[in-house]
Write a protein that binds this ligand. Structure first.
Ligand code: ZN
Length: 218
């Protein structure tokens, strides 16, 4: 048998511990915000102090409810925050984010709502109608002058049944748009009406929101 120096064993052992620590830290870091099901193992009682929404079974902390894991790493506490299962229904005046999913006529577009104003995913599917009269505060002939299929938009609910939307206000409108020519991101340049594609040089018109994501200040 090959003789192994004690120093080597110590080195290997410390290496193992360090690795284990990194693995554990990474695992615990991934837990924060994770959506879990009842009974799902989260951590051990050596790692955390169990709080609301969890239970302990044989030293293992498990989720007691369907929800989001919340970790207080300073105080070594873990809990599961319940996710409201109630369906959020768009109400008049509320702000949502969604995609232009269809343009039915020159004066009518469909918008599929995906997120609420806090960018929380909606649990239900809602498709609203954007009429030309709610698309711009300028006189326009076609919705193609303000939006295109696939645009990501910030909208306000103006009517619930049927679900009618508006992008008239400055904070409303297109938040992200892509080049009709090549598919690249379109950039807003301060002082220019058109959005600009940096890849192919294409220029396109939109009713841009003050929340527009891609701004080229160069
Ligand atoms: Zn392009």
């Amino acid at each position: 048998m090959k003789h192994i120096a004690r120093k080597y064993i110590t080195q290997r052992l410390w290496g193992y511990y360090a690795e284990e620590e990194v693995v554990t830290a990474a695992r615990l870091q991934k837990l924060e915000g994770k959506i879990v099901l009842p009974g799902e193992p989260l951590a051990t009682i050596e790692e955390f102090l169990p709080e609301e929404g969890v239970y302990v079974d044989n030293g293992v902390i498990r989720a007691a409810i369907y929800g989001k894991v919340r970790i207080d790493s300073r105080n070594k506490r873990i809990r599961v925050e319940p996710i409201k299962a109630t369906l959020k229904i768009p109400r008049r005046g509320e702000i949502y984010y969604g995609f232009v999913s269809g343009i039915i006529r020159e004066d009518l577009a469909l918008i599929k709502l995906v997120f609420d104003s806090q960018m929380e995913r909606l649990s239900g599917t809602f498709t609203g109608v954007l009429h030309l009269s709610q698309a711009s505060d300028r006189r326009i002939e076609s919705v193609y002058q303000v939006i295109r299929l696939g645009d990501f938009v910030r909208v306000q609910v103006v009517n619930e049944h049927p679900l009618l939307l508006s992008i008239k206000q400055p904070q409303l409108g297109v938040v992200a748009a892509f080049c009709s020519n090549c598919g690249a991101i379109l950039y807003r340049k301060p002082g220019i009406d058109h959005l600009v594609c940096k890849r192919c040089g294409n220029r396109e018109l939109r009713k841009v929101s003050t929340y527009y994501m891609f701004v080229d200040r160069g």
